[in-house]
Ligand binder design. Structure first.
Ligand code: ATP
Ligand code: MG
Length: 330
């Protein structure tokens, strides 16, 4: 049987080049590898404060960017998490099988909570977020969850939850596996290459909707390191290594090949210009397609078809779970 591949993006902010390289860029290839289920994790976006209008627009933008990146919604599923009620119902069942100790070990929780000044004001949703994320995955019997490195820990937790439930009630869930890109699993901020490029914590990040001139400027002023050679060395040359990663992943080549392309280059400025050319070319094509999807409201059609298809699958899984735990179904 074909693999089922599922991945989601939270509409917490404007999409970055990290999201593009980590997920969007690969959607066409993923569609060739199996049944694809892509969703917009809008319930997850509520885990940190966000303005309603911004949440709505971010959600639409993600849908348009999935389509702009080449996602074919006739042959895959694209939907909004909040429009498929099974996610929330399964969440209220599964939270009983996840332990608080496990959740408090999550790096992302520790990271995001550390940025909230009032420690008594950390929302419960931020803490329990991985339970809902596990439900997002388990509802669709999916085998493979392509993610950036930051999400691997959460997928591990989803695996453990599935195994724990299966042991208690018998085979119920497919146990999923994270799949990380070889190149581009963790794009770093351009102004601080020790921090991940993140849409909810902007630090010199490149946004997919930045104008092309701004993108070029950001790359040209990216923080670099001592020396003048273009070599890949995460510890001693984090800035140059990050730019090499961006370059290699957009050109679909290995890091070694990328380094080889610049072996005779001894000026950071020349190197950055080449990186900027590659990024600007790819993002300007993407932006064109994004505007087409937005202006022609293609995303509305895709989401409405997707919602029905997702519900079909999710409702069957939920029925199975309800039976197993002893909840009466009609
Ligand atoms: P947030 O700050 O809200 O967590 P984010 O930019 O980390 O936003 P997510 O919605 O958490 O984005 O993740 C969407 C997908 O993008 C995930 O698969 C994640 O692993 C991937 N991703 C996010 N940031 C990067 C990055 N810097 N490099 C590579 N992949 C990334
Ligand atoms: Mg994230």
């Amino acid at each position: 049987m074909a693999n089922t591949i599922l991945t989601g993006i939270k509409p917490t902010g404007k999409l970055t080049l990290g999201n593009y390289i980590g997920v969007l860029k690969n959607v066409k290839d993923l569609q060739k590898q199996g049944n694809t289920i892509f969703f917009i994790a809008d319930l997850h976006a509520l885990t940190l404060p966000i303005e309603p209008e911004q949440l709505r627009q971010n959600s639409i933008d993600i849908a348009c960017f999935y389509l702009a990146a080449g996602f074919d919604y006739e042959n895959g599923i694209l939907f909004l998490q909040s429009q498929v009620d099974e996610h929330s119902i399964l969440n209220s069942i599964m939270q009983n099988y996840m332990y608080m100790g496990e959740l408090s070990r999550m790096t992302q929780f520790k990271d995001k909570a550390s940025k909230i000044d009032n420690k008594n004001g950390i929302g419960l949703g931020l803490f329990t977020y991985p339970v809902l994320m596990a439900c997002d995955i388990l509802l669709y019997d999916c085998d493979i969850v392509p993610v950036g490195e930051d999400q691997v820990q959460h997928v591990e937790l989803a695996r453990n939850l599935a195994i724990r439930f299966n042991n208690r009630y018998g085979e119920t869930f497919v146990v999923p596996k994270a799949q990380i890109n070889k190149v581009g699993k963790r794009i770093m901020s351009l102004s601080d290459p020790s921090k991940k490029m993140s849409k909810s914590d902007p630090k010199g990040d490149i946004y997919l909707l930045d104008d092309i001139k701004t993108i070029r400027k950001k790359i040209m002023s990216a923080v670099t390191d001592l020396g003048s050679d273009i070599t890949y060395d995460i510890d001693n040359k984090p800035g140059i290594s990050n730019l090499l990663t961006i370059y290699a992943s957009l050109k679909n080549i290995s890091i070694e090949e990328a380094c080889n392309n610049f072996k005779d280059c001894h000026r950071y400025g020349d190197f950055k210009k080449e990186v900027a050319d590659v990024v600007c070319q790819e993002i300007s094509k993407l932006q064109e397609r994004y505007h087409y999807m937005l202006e022609n409201k293609i995303y509305e059609k895709a989401l409405s078809i997707g919602k029905e298809k997702a519900h079909q699958i999710a409702s069957k899984t939920l029925k199975r779970v309800k039976e197993k735990v002893g909840l009466l179904d009609e």
